[in-house]
Design a protein around this ligand. Structure first.
Ligand SMILES: Nc1nc2c(ncn2[C@@H]2O[C@H](COP(=O)(O)OP(=O)(O)O)[C@@H](O)[C@H]2O)c(=O)[nH]1
Ligand SMILES: [Mg+2]
Length: 362
């Protein structure tokens, strides 16, 4: 049986046109269609449920509070019952006429089969120069990572053997748009991958969801599957935030020192330093919450308790920093080296503790 997943976000107008087309293309085959909708504001899921009444092969998964094409496809595949799993855009850009061939290919090879815009005879259709260039560059970059090389690793139109998917699932990265690429990176080298050329059509209705954010996620994905295996991206972001915190610290210290000019020198210094420390902690917490750990961002009361945990973790980090620097200093290490080594241990501690305690699911 073929399980076809249609990830959707604001495709309410397209779904009623697409479902009959798919059914016509799959006539004679045993199949199911699974729409995975991320709670679209245009009510795509509602339209899907309505259609399901008259199309018994159609099911709808409505995900609330989550976004992302790759994760939607993975979730659809996990809920599917077919021995071949396939995915296509729900906007009419992919050629439904190829579905039966993709199914036949995977049944025969037990590997992957894809609709390919870059195989001989295929085309990206009506794209502007910019998107054309971006797609080419992204394709070339990502090909280096693939265990199995194909002409169009960024295609959103493919089918895969169920067993192969399930074996690969634990290693999949659900970030961003490029689920096929990630599969090609993770599957065994000797997996069969057949390509079927097609021309990427135009959207029937609505707009592309390939936003700047999705493109940034692609770069993050490239990092994750290369250097990220050794140094997690969240650690790099945490250190960037920390470095920025040092600047905040210095600026606030100077400002406070200026404002407290009239007070006693020692007192003015200590108070300015204390204010600078806390303002830097607040700014680091906010930046880490919205950027470093954006995927597990804390809101409301959780953000408040998270802030206290962050303070406590950083206070212990400062003690660890001091202990290491002091030890090295006493064993006659050059002062700058001792200070930096302490700071590095402090940063590692802060990252580890905050990941474990403050932003737990990270
Ligand atoms: N569930 C879900 N589907 C998405 C998301 N982003 C895009 N899609 C769907 O994935 C398919 C491909 O997206 P599309 O905007 O057509 O990208 P493009 O073809 O590269 O311009 C479409 O069916 C979209 O509705 C998302 O965050 N969640
Ligand atoms: Mg599309």
């Amino acid at each position: 049986m073929l399980s076809l997943v249609l990830p959707t976000f604001n495709e309410a107008q397209n779904l009623p046109e697409l479902i009959p087309r798919i059914e016509a293309a799959l006539e004679g085959l045993e199949y199911e269609i699974i729409v995975v909708d991320d709670d679209s504001p245009d009510g795509t899921w509602r339209i899907g449920l309505e259609l399901a009444k008259s199309h018994p092969s159609l099911r709808v998964i409505r995900r609330v509070g989550r976004r992302g094409l790759s994760s939607a496809v993975i979730e659809g595949f996990l809920a599917a019952t077919g021995d071949v799993l396939a995915v296509m855009d729900a906007d009419g850009q992919h050629d439904t006429g190829l579905l039966a061939q993709l199914y036949e290919s995977v049944t025969r090879t037990q590997g992957i089969a894809l609709g390919s815009r870059y195989a001989e005879g295929g085309s990206v259709g009506q794209w502007d120069e910019r998107r054309h260039l971006m797609s080419r560059v992204a394709t070339q970059l990502s090909l280096r990572l693939c265990a199995v090389k194909v002409a169009d690793p960024m295609s959103g139109f493919f089918a895969i053997d169920r067993e192969l998917f399930e074996r690969t699932r634990p290693r999949l990265n659900s970030k961003g748009f490029k689920i096929l690429l990630d599969l090609l990176v993770q599957i065994p080298k000797d997996t069969a991958a057949e390509e079927f050329a097609f021309t990427f059509g135009s959207r029937m209705h609505g707009e592309s969801k390939l936003s700047g954010r999705v493109q940034l996620e692609f770069l993050e994905y490239l990092y994750d599957v290369t250097v990220g295996r050794l140094i997690p991206l969240t650690f790099v972001k945490f250190c960037i935030v920390g470095a920025f915190g040092v600047l905040v610290h210095l600026a606030v210290f100077k400002l406070a020192r200026h404002l407290l000019e009239g007070t006693g020198d020692d007192f003015g210094f200590r108070l300015s330093k204390a204010v600078a420390i806390e303002v830097a902690i607040v700014s680091n917490f906010l930046l880490n919450n919205v950027w470093t750990f954006s995927h597990v961002r804390l809101v409301g009361v959780d953000a408040l308790t998270g802030f206290f945990k962050f303070n406590a973790a950083c206070a212990l980090g400062a003690l660890a920093d001091l202990a290491v620097a002091d030890y090295l200093h006493r064993s006659s290490t050059p002062e700058t080296v001792a200070v930096l080594a302490g700071a590095f241990v402090g940063a590692l501690w802060n990252y580890g503790m905050n990941r474990l305690v403050t932003w737990r699911a990270a």
